[in-house]
Design a protein around this ligand. Sequence first.
Ligand SMILES: [Zn+2]
Length: 319
Amino acid sequence: MADNWREITEEEEADIERHVTRVVRRVGSARIEIEDILRDLELAELNRQKQRAAIRKINAVLDRLDADLRVEAEDIPAQTFEHGRALALLAFGIAAAAGLSAGASALAEGASVASISDVGTETVGAAKRKLRSDRGMNNEQRALLANARETLTEDLLAATQNTRRHVKREIRRAAARTIREGEAGQQGARAQIRDLRWRLGASANLAITDRGGNTWKLNDYVEMAVRTKSAEMQVEGERTEALREGVQYGVVSTHVGACEKCVPWQGRILALTSDAPGDFSTIEESKNGGLWHPSCAHSLTMLPTFDLLPKRLRDKNGV
Ligand SMILES: [Zn+2]
């Protein structure tokens, strides 16, 4: 039976990177537009009118970016959540194909042969078709998704809001400096302008200082926020879909060259709820233990039956 075991393939995983790339590219193009506006500023005679005109243009760029980020923050959690739900149905399909009919003893406590065989699919595509046609979200899933959309929207807009503030502040600072330019003479003025240009450029990519006191560039922050929320929603999609069929466990993926924090978690069975029988860490506990740090690449494969695990993983988990 162990021969049928497989983890989620990279192809099935590919969704998240696609979203991340698209959003990062969108943020990058806004940044270039802002940098162009800043480069065109005549620092030697930056009067109030010119300041206002530049700020107005930059606001327009950031407004357009915000509008796009709002759409992304609605769309990405929905897609990654659905992807996770689909992966759960795929895991059921794999379990069913591996001969769950051998009997209920093969199942982790709570799961039932009939339901898993019934909802399992052979591909992610088939799973998504099933989810869209005849398997809607339950209340918990709807609430989770709504919450994820809201937090991602807030996080992304808070970041661009900060960029907006930084840029405005630097433009005003530049204006205040150039008024005194006469005192420093030609040479000094040129050095000052170089410095101002540098500060202005940097302000266009400054986003946010997080709870840990780290300063993030806008593109890095957006990348981290999208990737982290996507991974979280994928796992939540799998978890909630599995629980609907009584499946209470998943197993953490194993990668070559995984980050140090995650290595101890690789191949470990996790409980999908705190009341799942057996001595397994919950998803929450694994997070507190270092797994699924920001930008982590680990995934969870739903596990209707421990019998599916190859001997190496059964030994590791003592099942
Ligand atoms: Zn990791």
